[in-house]
Design a protein around this ligand. Structure first.
Ligand code: IVH
Length: 337
């Protein structure tokens, strides 16, 4: 955050209003670069800082919250190069935690909301840095795949998704009649490096990072181009289902695994905040060796009836949070000795 920015507690209402206007414009611009052009202009940490400042100003001046406030919006409008798919259940975002204290506060809010005597169990799994996908199965057959878009409606990328080896076209028996699997499409570090090398040799566009390469590869007008791109997927949840998958998040993901969806091997069931933080530290330590980008750990209340009671607030569930890793240190350039 720039040192020129005034402390929020010292802002006048006029200053707050003009800053909220500037932030709305700036965040919308970055959303377009990130979601529509697959080419971000700022780091994720800088983007999170803009959103955090916007939210903090809105918290101090609730009467100044704008109709086009970034806090009420996720992602970007679907591109008109693809047909629009209206999500049966809106696809929302996650709140962020940046410290152990934020995680403890999140768990305390859950305990208070549910009026519990002790901390409930949470799942903890890597937050994959790719792009969100919804895969709709009817009677065990893949019928539609959609990107997140703005959360209300996404892009129909069914033909492109059918080219991914890891996504089952048909499910084994026992799946609910309607099942929308939600997950993240990503590209491994090795595949990203090889793709950029091939692109460069062919004089074609190279990608900034694996996430942009995954998004750019999936959102191709010609699915035969996607077919040549090494895209992978992890399922982490679901949207519309005609019958409950299980009673807990952990069991539901085991069920998805049983239906042949890749589910992240580092999914853990944690009895309390201490176990969640231990898993976070373990993943942070192993992060560079995983072979794909993750930018944090997502914690979710394990019991699905409790998730339903907790529900959502604004653009995020009350029952889950993303604990972000500290941003990578900027590289020091040594000009002379
Ligand atoms: S759960 C209600 N779990 O992060 C939202 N999201 O900031 C539930 N993401 O676009 C989302 N890995 O695509 C969840 N293990 C994970 C995830 C994950 C990556 C993405 C997701 C969403 C974004 C939310």
């Amino acid at each position: 955050m720039s040192p020129a920015l005034k402390d929020i507690s010292a802002l006048t209402a006029d200053e707050a209003a003009s800053e909220l206007e500037r932030l709305a414009r700036e965040i919308a611009l970055h959303d377009r670069h990130y979601y529509e052009k697959d080419a971000p202009k700022i780091s994720d940490a800088a983007y999170d800082a803009l959103r955090a400042r916007n939210a903090a100003i809105e918290a101090r001046f609730p009467e100044l919250v704008r109709a086009d406030s970034p806090s009420a919006r996720v992602g970007a409008r679907p591109s008109d190069q693809f047909a629009e798919v209206v999500h049966a259940l809106p696809k929302l975002s996650l709140g962020n935690a940046f410290s152990d204290e934020d995680v403890a506060d999140f768990a305390a809010r859950v305990v208070k909301f549910l009026n519990l005597k002790e901390e409930p169990a949470f799942t903890a799994e890597p937050k994959i840095d790719g792009l969100a996908i919804s895969l709709r199965y009817e009677n065990g057959v893949l019928v539609q795949a959609a990107t997140r878009g703005d959360g209300r409606a996404g892009e129909n990328v069914t033909a492109n998704i059918r080219t991914l080896d890891e996504i089952p076209e048909r499910l084994p028996g026992g799946a609910p009649e309607v099942l929308e699997v939600r997950g993240e499409v990503y590209m491994s570090h090795a595949d990203f490096a090889a793709l950029n090398k091939r692109q460069e040799a062919a004089g074609k566009k190279t990608y900034m990072n694996p996430r942009n390469a995954a998004a750019g590869s999936l959102r191709q007008i010609d699915p035969s181009v996607t077919a040549q791109r090494p895209l992978r997927v992890f399922g982490y949840g679901w949207g519309e289902v005609s019958a409950a998958l299980a009673e807990t998040q952990f069991q539901a993901l085991a069920r998805l695994r049983g239906l042949n969806f890749p589910v992240n091997p580092d999914l853990a069931l944690c009895a309390d905040v201490a176990a969640m933080l231990a898993h976070y530290r373990d993943l942070d330590a192993r992060r560079a060796g995983l072979g794909y980008d993750i930018d944090g750990v997502v914690y979710k209340v394990d019991r699905l009836d409790w998730q339903a009671r907790l529900g959502f607030v604004a653009r995020a569930p009350r029952w889950a949070i993303a604990h972000k890793f500290a941003a990578a240190q900027p590289m020091t350039v040594l000009n002379a000795i």
